[in-house]
Design a protein around this ligand. Structure first.
Ligand SMILES: [Zn+2]
Length: 493
C-alpha cells in the first residue's frame, strides 16, 4: 500500500495542545497523515503532499458530545406546552406500550440525527434517543443499523442500546408512578453486552460499544448489580442519567433506603472513571443539606466519575448546576452534551457560561475557554481517551473548522470567545474525522446526504409522531388540546 498523503491544513487561527492545555497559533497549521496528527504550530518544515487553506477560520479539535441527540427531537412541541406530564412527556399508565415508529423510521432518525451532529462540528458522539415512543427500550438491531450509519457517515461513535427495568407513568389520578419489568431490564443488559462484542468483532477504528441504561430510577438493585459486573467484564464506558430531576431523587430515596442517587451508584460499585453522569443537578438526595451536598461532591471527586452538562436542555427546563463552583473546585471532570435540537455545541458552550454565571451569581465563574475545554478535553477524559479532544502530534486528526468570515461573527479579538459568544453550529464549515473529510462546505462528503430530502422526510415523520401523542398522553386529549400554537391561528374563511 502506498504511504498515506501528508496533508497541511492552515488557517488564521489554530488550536493546538501543549503543556496540558490548548494553545492558540495565529496563523497556524495542522499537519496530519492518515488518522494521525504529525504537527501543530506555526510552520511545518517537512514535505507535504497536499495543502488545504481554510482561510479566515478557527481550526480546532472536533467536539465530543457525551449525551448526543441521536433522535428526531420533539422539544419544539413541549417547549411552550406544559406541564410535560400532561403533554405526553410521561406516558399514561393505561397506554399499552407499543412501537410508534417503524424500523425504517427509526433508521431514518439515526441518519438524520448523526448528520446534524456532524454539521455542528461534533466528531465524537455518545448518542441517546427517547424511550417514550417505544414498546419498551431500544434493541440490538436498531444499534446494528446505528453502527452502519455512523460508520458510513464517518462519525466517531460510542453506541449501545438503552435498557431499563422500569419507567415512569402518569396514574389515572394524575400522580406519577412507576411500572417495572426487571427481567426485561436484565435481558436488555445481556443484549447490550452482546452488542459490545459485535462492535469489537467489527473492528472499526471509529466505533466503540458502551453500556447505556436509561436512567437510575428505571433500575432495580439487581439491574444495578448486574450492570456493575458487566462494566467490569467489558471494560467499557457506561452512562446513566442521574441527579436529573426531583422526581428521580424522591423515587430513589423511597426505593433505596433513603440514599441519594450518587450513594446508590457508589454502593453498587458504579461510581468510577468510566461512568458518565448527565445531568448532576440535584445533589444531596431528597432533602439536601450542605453536608449531604458536600458528601455527594466528594463521592464524585474521589471516584473520578464524569459529569455531563447539557446547558441548553437544562436551561429549557429552568434548571442548571447550582453546585458548579464547588464541583469545579473539587476537581470533578465535566464534559458536554447536546441532548436536544439543535445539537449545537457552540450554543451549549455559550449558554453554559451564561447559566454558570447566573446560578453562581458570579461573573467570573465560567469562561468561554472553560466550556471549550469541556467540549473537547473534558469529553476525552470522560471517555478515557488521550488522543482526541486535542490537536498535537500523535493525536487523532479529528478537526472542526469554524468560519470566522461571516459578518454575523462580529469582531475577533480572541477566536474562542468569538465563536462561543457570537457563533453557532451553522458556522462550522468543515469536519475531518480520523484524517478523513466528512463535512466540507457544510455538506456531508464521505457519504453524500441530500439535506433538503432529509429535512422534508423528517418533517413528515415528525407530523406522524405528533399524531400519536393523544394515544400515550394522560387522559388522551386530542392534538389540538395538547399542543396549541404561540398565537391563535387565524381561521380560514
Ligand atoms: Zn440527557
Amino acid at each position: 500500500m502506498a504511504a498515506q498523503k501528508i496533508i497541511r491544513l492552515s488557517a488564521t487561527w489554530v488550536v493546538g495542545y501543549k503543556d496540558n492545555d490548548h494553545r492558540l497559533y495565529s496563523p497556524g497549521e495542522v499537519v496530519y497523515q492518515g488518522e494521525r496528527v504529525l504537527f501543530v504550530g506555526e510552520r511545518y518544515t517537512g514535505a507535504v503532499d497536499e495543502e488545504i487553506n481554510a482561510g479566515n477560520a478557527l481550526v480546532g479539535p472536533g467536539f465530543i458530545d457525551l449525551d448526543a441527540l441521536g433522535d428526531l427531537d420533539t422539544t419544539v412541541l413541549g417547549f411552550d406546552n406544559q406541564p410535560g406530564w400532561q403533554k405526553g412527556r410521561v406516558v399514561a399508565a393505561d397506554w399499552q406500550r407499543r412501537d410508534l415508529y417503524s424500523r425504517e423510521e427509526l433508521n431514518f432518525n439515526k441518519l438524520y440525527a448523526y448528520t446534524h451532529l456532524l454539521l455542528n462540528g461534533v466528531t465524537s458522539a455518545v448518542p441517546i434517543t427517547s424511550i417514550l415512543y417505544r414498546q419498551w427500550a431500544e434493541d440490538i438491531d436498531e444499534y446494528r443499523h446505528a453502527a452502519d450509519v455512523a460508520e458510513s457517515l464517518g462519525l466517531r461513535a460510542w453506541l449501545g442500546p438503552a435498557f431499563m427495568a422500569g419507567h415512569n407513568v402518569v396514574e389515572a389520578d394524575g400522580q406519577i408512578g412507576m411500572r417495572f419489568d426487571e427481567a426485561r431490564g436484565l435481558a436488555g443488559l445481556e443484549d447490550a453486552e452482546r452488542f459490545i462484542e459485535e462492535i469489537r468483532m467489527r473492528d472499526s477504528p471509529i466505533l466503540r460499544g458502551f453500556l447505556a441504561p436509561d436512567r437510575i430510577e428505571g433500575c432495580t438493585p439487581a439491574l444495578l448489580a448486574a450492570l456493575s459486573e458487566a462494566v467490569q467484564r467489558q471494560e467499557c464506558s457506561v452512562r446513566l442519567h442521574c441527579c436529573q430531576s426531583e422526581l428521580e431523587v424522591n423515587e430513589v430515596d423511597r426505593r433505596f433506603q433513603g440514599r441519594s442517587s450518587l450513594q446508590v451508584l457508589a454502593d453498587a460499585g458504579l461510581l468510577h472513571k468510566k461512568m458518565l453522569l448527565p445531568h448532576g443537578q440535584f445533589l444531596g438526595g431528597k432533602s439536601p443539606t450542605q453536608a449531604s451536598i458536600t458528601r455527594d461532591i466528594r463521592l464524585l471527586a474521589d471516584s473520578a466519575a464524569n459529569l455531563v452538562l447539557c446547558p441548553l436542555v437544562s436551561g429549557r427546563h429552568a434548571k442548571y448546576l447550582e453546585q458548579y463552583l464547588p464541583l469545579r473546585e473539587a476537581g470533578v471532570n465535566m464534559g458536554l452534551g447536546t441532548d436536544t435540537f439543535p445539537p449545537d455545541m457552540l450554543t451549549n458552550m455559550h449558554l453554559g457560561t451564561v447559566l454558570s454565571r447566573v446560578v453562581t451569581q458570579n461573573v467570573q465563574a465560567a469562561s468561554a475557554a472553560d466550556y471549550y475545554r469541556m467540549a473537547t478535553l473534558g469529553g476525552a477524559k470522560a471517555l478515557g481517551r488521550e488522543d482526541i479532544g486535542r490537536l498535537c502530534p500523535g493525536a487523532q486528526a479529528d478537526i472542526t473548522i469554524i468560519s470566522l468570515d461571516e459578518p454575523a461573527m462580529g469582531q475577533i479579538f480572541d477566536p474562542i470567545t468569538a465563536v462561543v459568544i457570537n457563533g453557532n453550529g451553522r458556522d462550522v464549515r468543515g469536519v475531518i474525522i480520523a484524517g478523513e473529510k466528512v463535512v466540507w462546505d457544510r455538506q456531508l462528503v464521505k457519504h453524500r446526504v441530500d439535506l433538503d430530502q432529509l429535512h422534508y422526510q423528517a418533517q413528515r415523520q415528525f407530523e406522524k409522531l405528533m399524531r400519536t401523542y393523544p394515544e400515550r398522553s394522560f387522559q388522551h386529549p386530542p392534538c389540538s388540546r395538547l399542543f396549541t400554537p404561540s398565537f391563535p391561528l387565524n381561521p380560514r374563511t
